[in-house]
Design a protein around this ligand. Structure first.
Ligand code: SF4
Length: 511
């Protein structure tokens, strides 16, 4: 059976096209912006622990990676374009001494794809250097940039992350301590920011007042039993698991944690935080083995599959997933409907992981993701195809055609999230609104375009019900347009359609 090529518009983007300097097609799935990791681990190589932490967080950014370590007032930095396994080797890690490290994996949502924009961002202050790793996006970047330029800062990158680092330096250089300076700078930032900041004295971790992007705290046992615990920060719990760290708790929205030789101290720099965790982290971005809201995302995604089956039943012979991200919801759909689950599409997991210096020929093959339909499973069957989202719809159409070519007699698509109608301004790379298929087309029109026999989305209520949390505690703006942090007009105009072309919002509409 010949593999069928699909563009890299699925859940596992290969950013080697970016490395080659060729502008790729826009992906058909939103892409996560960054992963951050930090560790203070006396008696261990902090750089090596950080390497493995970043390795587990690779799905959060595949464009560049970096680690900064501290020995006293000296910072040691290595960052490059590429995957974590390409950027670091044993020799490089041995040249990053110290017990305190900050790490970052990046996919650019602000600033271009150049090594100068890779993180951690390192800036000097009167108290010594700081190294900052950021996940999220500020919405007041132009204003903050203008303020800093007026104060004669020598900005060298085009990222909002560097602006936060310079804002902290500015506050510290005005006579404040690390903590006072950081808190003053955080108040100047609006938008999404989960940060890990290394200093010669310790690590600062924080989340914006809405906690839009995740950040968790873990512990490692001390090297000697009389010593205090050693602390780790990571975007997701999978970054803790890989180094054997125990999950302690989330960094709370508007909280600052200060990790030093004395242990961990906590400060709240906002009196009334309003939690708004990005719901797309739960539906799709974060790894299924990561834990959020006290359960694995695998369990959450199975539950949304069960709700989807209840909301949108259909007569069919098998349930299959678009691998890998659609798998848990497809299993949940199968459990609730009683329709057997089968593997109908096999993904070549190693595509996009073999590049070092892509040539044109390599790039052309590398920007295709190979999914191989299993003819034996599909031929003569009525198929329920479960995916986590449709953004532009181009990949869905190709997959549906591949299933029919393999002999499927009916294809009923079920999406385990509501229609994506609005772009993200908080650190996820979505297309502008006019390119989002659900922003301009009805469910029936989308079904016709991707050529399925029926199409249904999870309802917004169903998605929130599945969280088993207060629905007010989530950002779901890409489904509703209800942005928790106000978007300034010029930024709005850059991505939002001036007039809505979308038909009235349907929740679930089997065709
Ligand atoms: S707009 Fe969407 S992708 Fe962005 S933070 Fe909110 S829910 Fe997440």
């Amino acid at each position: 059976m010949m593999p069928i090529d699909f563009p890299v518009e699925d859940d596992s983007p290969d950013r080697s096209d970016v490395l080659s300097g060729v502008v790729p097609d826009r992906p058909d799935k939103p892409e996560e912006a960054c992963g951050v990791f930090a560790v203070y681990a006396p008696g261990e190589s902090a750089a090596k622990l950080t390497y493995f932490g970043l390795y587990a967080l690779q799905h959060r950014g595949q464009e560049s990676a970096g680690i900064a370590t501290f020995t006293g007032n000296q910072v040691h930095l290595h960052k490059e374009m590429g995957l974590v396994s390409q950027v670091f080797n044993e020799t490089i890690l041995n040249e990053l001494p110290g017990e305190l490290a900050i790490g970052h994996t990046r996919y650019s949502t602000t600033g271009s794809s150049r090594v100068v924009n890779a993180q951690p961002a390192v800036v000097d202050t009167r108290l010594g250097p700081l190294a900052l790793a950021h996940n999220g996006n500020l919405v007041n970047t132009p204003e903050l940039r203008e303020e800093l330029l007026q104060n004669n800062h020598n900005l060298v990158t085009t990222t909002d992350s560097e602006l936060i680092a310079f804002a902290i330096a500015e506050e510290v250089n005005s006579g404040k301590s690390w903590l006072e300076g950081a808190i003053s700078a955080f108040h100047r930032c609006h938008g999404a920011f989960s940060l890990a900041i290394g200093t010669p004295e310790g690590i600062i971790g924080t989340r914006d007042p809405n906690g839009i992007r995740p950040l968790v705290i873990g512990t490692l046992p001390p090297a000697n039993s009389a010593d205090p615990l050693r602390y780790v920060l990571a975007s997701e719990t999978c970054g803790l698991d890989i180094i054997g760290a125990e999950y302690l708790r989330d960094v709370e929205p508007g909280e600052l944690v200060w990790i030093t030789a004395e242990g961990l101290a906590s400060f709240h720099w906002i009196t009334q935080p309003q939690p708004k965790l990005c719901i797309f982290e739960m539906i799709y971005f974060a790894r299924p083995d990561s834990v959020m809201n006290s359960e694995s995302l695998y369990t959450y995604r199975m539950r949304i599959g069960r709700i989807l089956a209840t909301e949108s039943p259909v007569e069919a012979d098998i349930v299959i997933a678009v691998p890998d991200s659609g798998v848990p919801a497809a299993i949940g759909y199968s459990q609730a409907s009683g329709i057997p689950y089968a593997e109908g599409l096999i993904k070549n997991r190693y595509v996009g992981r073999t590049f070092i210096q892509p040539t044109q020929v390599m790039r052309e093959s590398g920007i295709r993701m190979k999914l191989n339909p299993l003819k034996d499973v599909l031929a003569g069957r009525r198929v329920v195809l479960v995916d986590d989202s449709i953004v532009r719809g181009t990949t869905s159409r190709k997959i549906v055609k591949a299933l029919r070519d393999a002999g499927a007699i009916e294809v009923h698509m079920r999406i385990s999230s509501p229609p994506v109608t609005h772009p993200c301004f908080y650190g996820i790379d979505t297309d502008s609104q006019d390119h989002l298929i659900a922003a301009t087309k009805s469910v029936q029109e989308i079904a016709a375009q991707i050529e399925v026999d029926s199409l249904s989305y999870l309802s917004w209520e169903g998605m929130l019900q599945a969280t088993q949390e207060n629905p007010e505690h989530f950002c779901s703006a890409c489904f509703t347009g209800d942005y928790p942090v106000g978007i300034p007009e010029p930024l709005k105009r850059s991505k939002l359609m001036l007039e809505t072309k979308r038909p009235a919002l349907e929740t679930v509409t089997p065709v």
